[in-house]
Design a protein around this ligand. Structure first.
Ligand code: NAD
Length: 502
């Protein structure tokens, strides 16, 4: 049986999770209906009173205990990630490692970033003390994808928790057991905390939709742009704020002065690792004509030796979501039909549930392989005449998640011209491994940021407090007792303060 033959056992009440490489059943989870989702949110609301009242130091302790539990259980966890998601065990470990880095960063930095700050009251309000205090939102609903089933939702979960919120997490239907393992580890590490600090609700899209409507204080969604738009529309009913981490079509620019071998090495990995199922994976390359032949040959040489599989020596695993396989095939077909050439692989590389690396060159820019997110181990390479053309084509996309630039001298300058949320220079995907750097896109790639300082602020609301320290006689601006002499003084002061700029 191939993974495309697998159907859930009972779509209404239970979700059966399977190994995408073998079809073996991993686990069965009851599906949370609207009532169950509301009950989970109510429990999280009650737990928010306790969790939100803890100090940053106390929450840090709980979060770091969770990390240590995950480390202690990492063998079991990585085997589960491998089995349910398909990625190799080593890649599972790397994903867990990155998630742990983020948990630690959020836990250790929340106090510094979110503690109350004094601000200047300004000349006219100098009798006031002004401060901003960051309050947790309450309950955050996190809806996750399957491609990085730990790292990706954790970018919302760990930061929301560190900021003092409780979390109800709806893992992807393709990584439900993994999501539940993550939450169970938190509870196991922190038995003294009330239930509901970090819980899961399981199911398909309907369960996610129920979470959006369940009265949470924010929805943090990671997944496709199409679902992100549906969630934003549904959230509008209750003005529930949304953080949307959606799809991408990331471009890499290889300039004439690039280290071509290093660029090829990074691109080959960035395009095919995790079967290309990476939101910020390499999908398009714009390479300068002067180094094009060398670059293409080098990428081909590397990827010829790269093969998917489910064994220990596999470079990457199967496609996790069966329906994506047809999309990848369609993109390859469309690219070839529109004049592109496959220098490695082709339509025959699709051997469901696996797809071997495919390198397409000179693909028409209007083809689906260039315009739409492929989310497979494929890559388009287009030759350009210099950096200006490369930047123009890279930016000509409805998406704007991230990007990479290879140039010995001008990497930073080129990076600054790209309309994206993040760029790696002389590397790929590096920003995602640096917890202090925010991550998120523009355009169809989403709204808001996870990770880093903005990623903590996303899960708080600023509370501004102005405290009158003393009254200034005759300067009662916020009162009907304001006098004419106050107005005369203001009419002299305002031109002095604001009217002298030429
Ligand atoms: P998806 O949109 O199909 O599903 C994501 C989640 O949304 C799942 O949990 C699903 O059950 C849920 N869902 C589906 N319909 C819903 C609805 N109407 N209301 C609420 N929830 C609903 O995406 P996917 O296939 O799981 O993930 C792949 C996509 O995720 C790709 O487009 C990829 O680029 C993107 N992604 C983005 C990032 C990022 O950080 N920007 C990271 C990883 C993946």
């Amino acid at each position: 049986m191939t993974s495309t033959d697998i159907k859930p056992a009972d779509h209404d009440t239970a979700l059966t999770s399977v190994n995408p490489a073998t079809g073996e059943v991993i686990g069965t989870h009851p599906i949370a209906d609207e009532d169950a989702v509301r009950a989970a949110v109510a429990k999280a609301r009650a737990a928010a009173t306790t969790w939100g009242a803890l100090s940053y130091d106390e929450r840090r302790t709980h979060l770091l205990r969770w990390s240590s539990r995950l480390v202690a259980d990492s063998d079991e966890f990585c085997q589960l990630i491998h089995a349910e998601n398909g990625k190799p065990v080593d890649d599972s470990f790397l994903e867990l490692m990155l998630a742990l880095e983020h948990i630690a960063w959020a836990a250790k930095n929340a106090k510094k970033i979110l503690s109350p700050k004094k601000v200047s009251p300004g000349a006219f309000m100098s009798n006031f003390a002004a401060r901003i205090e960051q309050r947790p939102l309450g309950v955050v609903g996190v809806i996750g994808p399957w491609n990085y089933p730990v790292y990706t939702p954790n970018g919302s979960i760990a930061y929301a928790l560190a900021a003092g919120n409780t979390v109800v997490f709806k893992p992807s239907e393709y990584s439900t057991s993994i999501g539940n393992f993550l939450a169970a580890a938190f509870a196991k590490a922190n038995p003294e905390l009330p239930e509901g600090v970090f819980s899961t609700v399981n199911g398909y899209g309907a369960t996610g939709a129920a979470l959006v409507k369940a009265g949470v204080d924010k929805i943090a969604f990671t997944g496709s742009t199409a679902t992100g738009k549906r969630i934003m529309a549904a959230a509008a009913d209750t003005l529930t704020p949304v953080l949307l981490e959606c799809g991408g079509k990331d471009a890499v620019i290889v300039a004439g002065d690039a280290d071509v071998k290093a660029a090829a090495d990074a691109v080959a990995w960035g395009a095919t690792a995790n079967s290309g199922q990476t939101c910020a994976g390499v999908e398009r390359v714009y390479v300068d004509r002067s180094v094009r032949d060398e670059f293409v040959a080098e990428v081909k040489k590397i990827l010829e030796k790269v093969a998917p599989g489910s064994g220990d020596d596999a470079a990457y695993g199967p496609m996790t979501m069966p329906s994506q396989i047809d999309i990848v095939r369609r993109h390859i077909e469309d690219a070839l039909k529109k004049g592109g050439t496959a220098v490695l692989g082709g339509v025959d590389s699709v051997k469901a549930p696996f797809i071997e690396p495919v390198v397409l060159v000179d693909v028409d820019e209007s083809s689906e392989a260039v315009q739409e997110e492929t989310f497979g181990p494929t890559l388009t390479i287009r030759t350009v005449n210099g950096v200006d053309e490369a930047v123009e084509l890279a930016n000509d996309s409805k998406y704007g998640l991230s990007s990479a630039v290879f140039s010995k001298k001008n990497g930073l300058d080129i990076a600054r011209r790209l309309r994206v949320g993040a760029t790696s220079v002389n590397s790929v995907l590096a920003f995602a491994a640096i917890p202090g750097l925010p991550f998120g896109g523009v355009g169809d790639s989403g709204i808001g940021r996870i990770h880093g300082e903005p990623g903590l602020r996303e899960f708080t609301r600023p509370h501004s407090i102005a405290v009158q320290r003393f009254a200034i006689p005759g300067m009662a601006l916020l009162s009907y007792s304001r006098t004419d002499s106050t107005m005369k003084l203001l009419r002299r002061l305002v031109p002095f303060l604001h009217g002298r700029h030429k």
